[in-house]
Design a protein around this ligand. Sequence first.
Ligand SMILES: Cc1ncc(C[n+]2csc(CCOP(=O)(O)OP(=O)(O)O)c2C)c(N)n1
Ligand SMILES: [Mg+2]
Length: 389
Amino acid sequence: MAKQTRKTPAKPAASAKPASTAKKAAPKPRTKEVDQENVVPQSLSLNVEFATYPAETYTHGELGLSVDDVLSMYRNMLLQRRFEERAAQMYGKQKIAGFLHLYIGQEAISTGTATAIQIGKDSIITAYRDHGHGLALGMTANECMAEMFGKVGGSSHGKGGSMHFFSKEKGLFGGHGIVGAHVPVGVGIAFAHKYKEDGGVSISFYGDGAAGQGSIHEASNLAALYELPAILVVENNQYAMGTAVHRAFAETEFTRHAIGYNMKAALVDGMDVFSVCKAMQDHVALARENKPSMLEIRTYRYRGHSMSDPQKYRTKEELESKKNQDPIIRLKAYILEHKLTTNKALDAIDEDVKQEVLASVEFSEQSPVPELKEIYEHIYAEDDYPYLA
Ligand SMILES: Cc1ncc(C[n+]2csc(CCOP(=O)(O)OP(=O)(O)O)c2C)c(N)n1
Ligand SMILES: [Mg+2]
């Protein structure tokens, strides 16, 4: 491709400048002085209490959720589950290439979060296990499945694939493959929300395996120092690619990592969608006051790290015992116990979801593969980016 030359943009007349582009002062690091004496005291103690959000503690009424809200949370978690079951099948048929990391078991985290935020105003960023977050935010099964098929109808026109779901409209900033590298971007987005004064908060999700990465610790420090509307969330599913948390971390209570950054933190049961929703409601409220915080959400993934994982690091018994806490079954039991609807109506939701997922496969089959010229499109924000080879 020929080297492109940069066009000099015409300078707008000073009077034509809209008020919204007037230069704003960038957020500054914390300005209040820290009370610290230079003389070493006789003792130095730490007394920190963390809030916890255990399972089966909250009712939908307490969270301000209507019956319709609860049923749509149920549908949303089922959609993620059925979508990924079908995606695994499509991977086996080689309709999906590359990596495929399933979120099955962790759906309460994405749905609980999406229920607590303002979709479109707030921002979410996550790692490669991103299908659940995309669907929870309202990306369609069609655009998500087609993205994995590498087709034009995909959310990134088939150029991102499974690990790189993205939706500007829904505030999903990816889908990232390098462990821990997206968290500084998430904190940067929090900086942008504060700078633009748009009232949004930025939530960065990462895995337990990522929690020791330097980038996360640097980003945590800056989030606290700049008092940003950020929430850092470790989805602790007990394993990295296969390494158990206790084999990799000197401090396995991730909630305590926040102490080093002078941030509030809490521990959440990620197998209960109401616990996640409540924790997020509380921490989003903090973030809206520019009080950054951390959440450790304990969860479990039922499938291997990716499709090629023989899972030798855990027993079948362990897996089965975790499935007893399944977030979808738990919500179903709650709905029936509180008589919010009938078993028959829940079965109808499941059937409806299955049809939606089947239709997404059909849509993806029919959608064309991108043309070769697509490779240069939607890459740079500037149309005349000058450094293309
Ligand atoms: C910087 C970097 N190192 C190593 C890898 C390879 N890798 C991919 S996923 C992964 C494990 C991450 O585990 P965790 O953060 O717990 O996320 P989970 O897969 O459990 O959701 C590793 C080591 C990578 N992608 N990036
Ligand atoms: Mg993990």
